[in-house]
Design a protein around this ligand. Structure first.
Ligand code: SAH
Length: 382
């Protein structure tokens, strides 16, 4: 009989503790191991000197530390980096690192002149939700990433940054996939990101973004206090039904009710982020801004406007800068903190909604999309 090898990057603190308890050992061994893995970044069990020798031998025989395989790494002229990572045979996901020098918009304990390194992490291979303006959805879907694949994205980015004496400072689960449809792995991964024995990132700097999976938001409130972003994109149900089809199942009123519960739990000082992709002639008119301002009146939030990033065959366009600023001004006048997300890394297709990876599609969505475009499957560039 072969023993199944456990990938230790797939276990959060309680998982590591439980692993030792199952072996009849004390839970604190899990905490010791966690520090070796993440603070010392050791991969050789023999060097974990405060663990008994028999335990180190057991770890070497029964566990492993596997990272996704780097298929390619590209750097944009604006410094944005994109990795294409193989997580299982034929399935590749993308991870994007967005470095910014902090100028004046200082959040929390950020220091002017320092680097904010935001990592945009994928949670699934493709996406099943098929939002009409997102190219990831057009690739179809082939399942969830494990916690180790999610943590692996962060370890790979940190290895790259370590050479410059830097590390990832902020994480957004805004890459490929819908995080709340991969709940358990995403929660374990965000636990590791926020654990002082591991990456120790503040809960304000780890953000899950959802298209509006209401039961997931309800469960989130019972489980964690990670930051939350909602991909709203429309103030009216009929329009949102078209743009974000999951709205047909969980309409806006239900979504915002779940959001209020979550943000109440976070406490008065924290806010939800409302993401709103501006699409020319679709959701970028004054009536949309006014309705949005009314809708969010009793939700503690700030608004993040994302000008649409085009991709072949989308059928949508980005509004002009005047329209974008006008929309932002209307929301600001209504009293909302409203940020405009600048497009980064579009020369390497690393901008929001442009992440495609390579998906062994089980949903046939990719072939339908490509047939419409009369194109061959997306080639993997190296
Ligand atoms: N499934 C999650 C995570 C994706 S996050 C979610 O929907 O929130 C990526 C963000 O970029 C989402 O707000 C998404 O709606 C937005 N987006 C997708 N495609 C886009 C595009 N082509 N241009 C601009 N924003 C896009």
């Amino acid at each position: 009989m072969t023993t199944k090898i456990v990938n230790l990057y797939g276990l959060d603190r309680s998982g590591l503790e439980a692993m030792f308890v199952e072996q009849g050992l004390q839970a604190f061994r899990g905490r010791q191991l966690m520090k070796w893995l993440y603070h010392q970044q050791l991969t050789d069990f023999a060097q974990m000197t405060d663990l008994p020798k028999s335990m180190r031998t057991w770890l070497a025989e029964n566990t492993g530390l596997a990272l996704p395989v780097v298929h390619s790494h590209k750097v944009s002229k604006d410094g944005t980096c994109k990795w294409l990572l193989e997580v299982s045979p034929g399935n590749l996901v993308e991870t994007v690192l967005i470095p910014e020098r902090i100028t004046k918009d200082v959040q929390d304990d950020e220091v002017v002149g320092h680097m904010r390194n935001t990592l945009c992490v994928s949670s699934q291979v493709g996406c099943a939700l098929d939002c009409s303006f997102c190219s990831t959805g057009k690739q179809g879907f082939n399942g969830n990433l494990g916690c180790a694949d999610i943590i692996g994205q962060l370890l790979i980015a940190n290895q790259f940054l370590a050479a410059k004496g830097q590390r990832v400072t902020n994480i957004v689960l805004m890459g490929m996939g819908e995080p709340l449809l991969n709940f358990d792995a995403v929660i374990s991964a965000t636990n590791i990101m926020m654990d002082d024995l591991a990456f120790g990132l503040s809960k304000r700097r780890v953000t899950i973004s959802t298209a509006g999976v209401v039961p997931g938001i309800v469960r989130l409130a019972e489980t964690t206090d990670v930051s939350l972003a909602i991909s709203l994109h429309a103030p009216f149900d009929d329009l949102r039904d078209q743009l974000v089809p999951i709205n047909r199942k969980y309409p806006i009123a239900e979504l915002l009710a779940a959001c209020r519960t979550y943000v109440d739990k976070l406490g008065e000082k924290r806010k939800l982020v409302i993401e709103y992709t501006l699409i020319k002639g679709v959701n970028d008119q004054a009536e949309h801004a006014e309705a949005l301002a009314g809708l969010l009146r009793d939700v503690r939030c700030k608004i993040n406007l994302i000008p649409f990033n085009p991709f072949p065959g989308s059928g949508y366009e980005r509004p002009g800068n005047r329209e974008i600023y006008h929309f932002q001004t209307l929301l600001m006048r209504a009293g909302y903190t409203t940020m405009l997300r600048t497009t980064r890394g579009d020369d390497i297709d690393a901008a929001c909604g442009q992440l495609v990876g390579r998906v062994q599609d089980r949903t046939k969505r990719q072939s339908r999309y490509l047939a419409r475009l009369k194109m061959a499957p997306v080639a993997v560039s190296t």
